[in-house]
Ligand binder design. Sequence first.
Ligand code: URA
Length: 239
Amino acid sequence: MERLQKVIASYGYISRRKAEELIRKQKVMVNGKIITELGTKVSPSDVISIDGVIINKDVKHEYYILNKPRSVISSVTDEAGRITVVDLIDTEARIYPIGRLDYDTTGLIILTNDGDFANAMMHPSMNIEKTYIAKLDKVFTKEDILAIKKGITIDKRKVEVKKFKIKKRDLEKNTDIVEITIVEGRNHIIKKLFKELGINVLKLSRIAYGFLDIKNLKSGEYRPLTIKEIKKLYALAKK
Ligand code: URA
């Protein structure tokens, strides 16, 4: 939250002093209400107008990549009061996650307040590869591998598996850790995919989204996407 006159000045319209003068003259409205208090604080999502003209129409777009920890929900708010991915990011912007990772899934998730960008990323024709590491409660058989490669149908749609490899096998515990790359983004899709083979996912982490990875982000850490990365993601969406 910032002082109204500071926010007005930051938009480059008028100086802070001029803004204070206009506030005193009752020319400034926030969300349709006339403001007279000079110290009034506003957030970037508040609609500010001067003499009836909205000045903050072009909200600054923000884009973040987050390494989501376990037990964090992929939404903006949570009725049960659980921590959300948005809570982990220090911004006043009204950001939201692009797609979802389950509550118990960790890893790469993108957040933004840019609706066009989010729509482009979530469009069904979007071909971005997503790579996951999954710990399974069973070791894979040759038949399982064949079935994965052939393509498993979930809710009448085949899941195209781009890459699949067994990373680590623990014969004592009867578990496999596998890496799997798919393009689609249906909810719970990885868990459903393995469920079809009678396998439960014990742990799941998304480690890559197209060319983006989380190698340099510890659990709970995030960083803004660079302009180059945003442009590259848009280019992928248009392919
Ligand atoms: N697939 C799942 O099953 N869960 C996730 O969180 C992401 C993909």
